[in-house]
Write a protein that binds this ligand. Structure first.
Ligand SMILES: Nc1ncnc2c1ncn2[C@@H]1O[C@H](COP(=O)(O)OP(=O)(O)OP(=O)(O)O)[C@@H](O)[C@H]1O
Ligand SMILES: [Mg+2]
Length: 125
């Protein structure tokens, strides 16, 4: 599963991932991957990789960094700043966009694949 998280600096992308990991039972510190680029988590048989590509400046840096193997069928990849990774980043199952306005916040979730739709169907009553 590949989940893109978009939104300006400080929109709440890392906070959302932290909440998701806490809900899955992860007790370890959930750090922003701004400097490490990726933070891995294992929950039962599930591998979750939290990426932040904000620091990428060239579109081929993602491929050079060797992250392709992380995007496999046993993994959930949560990606902050996917737009910085260039066109070779695998397409998302879910696209989450967070917006901060003067007095309110909003979030949009779109499913691009059947797996993504299945995920959304489980969320909505
Ligand atoms: N829904 C929310 N309401 C109020 N404050 C929030 C909310 N979500 C996040 N914050 C606060 O905003 C700050 C930035 O959040 P966060 O680090 O999650 O942003 P980000 O989108 O990951 O930013 P970056 O692009 O720099 O990685 C934090 O101090 C966090 O506590
Ligand atoms: Mg962040």
């Amino acid at each position: 599963m590949v989940i893109y998280l978009s939104g300006e600096l400080g929109a709440g992308k890392t906070t959302l991932v932290r909440g998701l990991l806490r809900a899955l039972g992860v007790r370890a510190r959930v750090k922003s991957p701004t400097y490490t680029l990726v933070e891995p988590y294992v929950v039962s048989k599930l591998y979750l990789y939290h990426f932040d590509f904000y620091r990428f400046s060239r579109s081929d840096e993602w491929a050079e960094a060797g992250f392709r193997d992380y995007f496999n069928r046993d993994a959930v990849c949560l990606v902050e700043w996917p737009e910085k990774a260039g066109g070779q980043l695998p397409a998302p199952d879910l696209r989450i966009v967070m917006n901060v306005n003067e007095s309110s916040r909003s979030i949009t979730v779109d499913a691009d694949t059947e797996a993504g739709q299945d995920c959304l169907a489980r969320l909505t009553p």
